[in-house]
Ligand binder design. Structure first.
Ligand SMILES: [Ca+2]
Ligand SMILES: [Ca+2]
Ligand SMILES: [Ca+2]
Length: 287
């Protein structure tokens, strides 16, 4: 009877020891838990200067978390038409309190994008930069290295160029320059000229097709391009209604036509489209 009681005590103690041991392992495991890298989240897009012109070189696009620089892209030409930067953000799985690297962020973390150019570090006009996405997310953000004091989507520096030209007392501050107005009266609104990279104070400078030529099997459109801007062709069968859909084109007379973008270099660009069966209307797009 006495021996049996001792066994019970031993078994009971052993059980407590095992529980204690397990607890120790859990505590030990927790204290040694570490985070692991995840598939990166990528921010990409086009960075433009204070006048809305795409940077071709001489600028860095920098992604920061607070004061901590996470990653930067030095622009050396375009990566593809309409895209001159890509920021690869290392992601942490959030398994421990401390990320595996001080350059790793977590999904949902707020970030800031700035541009460093010949003027120094510049804030960007855009204020709605999405937070860090999930592993593998690819986020498009086009950024303009300027301020937009009146919040109308036109940069202050670009609006100042119009003010410098204006002798109209009704156009005396940047608030007087409206995106939907057409300051130089060339048919393109101020907003359209900012987006296309044209001068809004020169009535002979705007985005248009300069020349159309009818060839045997194709039409040829020619226009004067803006460096770094990306162009494409769209078409529809009704001039008044219906959606413009992307249209295959070639940059050369006998090249294979395909849907895509072609980048401007400041020189003339040509677009060749196959002649349609029936009526079709074509439109040139810029971004
Ligand atoms: Ca503005
Ligand atoms: Ca205009
Ligand atoms: Ca103009």
């Amino acid at each position: 009877m006495k021996k049996q009681k001792t066994s019970e005590i031993i078994i009971h103690c052993s059980f407590k020891f095992i529980v204690l041991l397990c607890s120790s392992f859990i505590v030990l495991f927790s204290s040694f838990a570490f985070s692991l890298p995840q598939e990166m989240c990528i921010y990409y897009g086009q960075a433009t200067d204070q006048f809305g012109w795409p940077y071709m070189n001489g600028a860095d696009v920098i992604l920061k978390s607070g004061t901590n620089e996470i990653v930067r892209h030095t622009i050396t030409g375009s990566i593809s038409p309409g895209m001159n930067f890509a920021l690869y953000v290392s992601l942490d799985d959030g398994f421990s309190a401390t990320p595996y690297s001080d350059k790793a962020l977590r999904e949902g973390d707020p970030i800031e994008i700035i541009v460093r150019d010949a003027r120094g570090e510049q804030s960007i006009m855009q204020t709605n930069i999405p937070p860090v996405g999930a592993a593998g997310d690819v986020i498009l953000v086009n950024v303009t290295a300027s301020t937009d004091t009146d919040g109308d989507g036109l940069s202050d520096a670009w609006e100042q160029e119009i003010l410098n030209d204006s002798t109209n007392p009704a156009i005396a501050t940047i608030e007087d320059i409206k995106p939907g107005d057409d300051y130089d009266g060339d048919g393109a609104s101020n907003w359209q000229e900012f987006m296309s990279g044209n001068f809004a104070f020169l009535d002979y400078d705007y985005f248009f097709i300069e020349k159309v030529t009818s060839l045997d099997t194709r039409f040829k459109f020619e226009m004067l391009s803006v460096p770094g801007k990306a162009y494409s062709v769209a078409s529809r069968t009704n001039l008044i209604s219906g959606s413009w859909i992307k249209c295959p084109f070639s940059a050369t007379e006998n090249g294979v036509a395909s849907v895509g973008l072609i980048e401007g270099d400041g020189d003339w660009l040509s677009f060749y489209v196959d002649k349609p069966v029936g009526t079709k209307y074509f439109s040139l797009k810029v971004q």
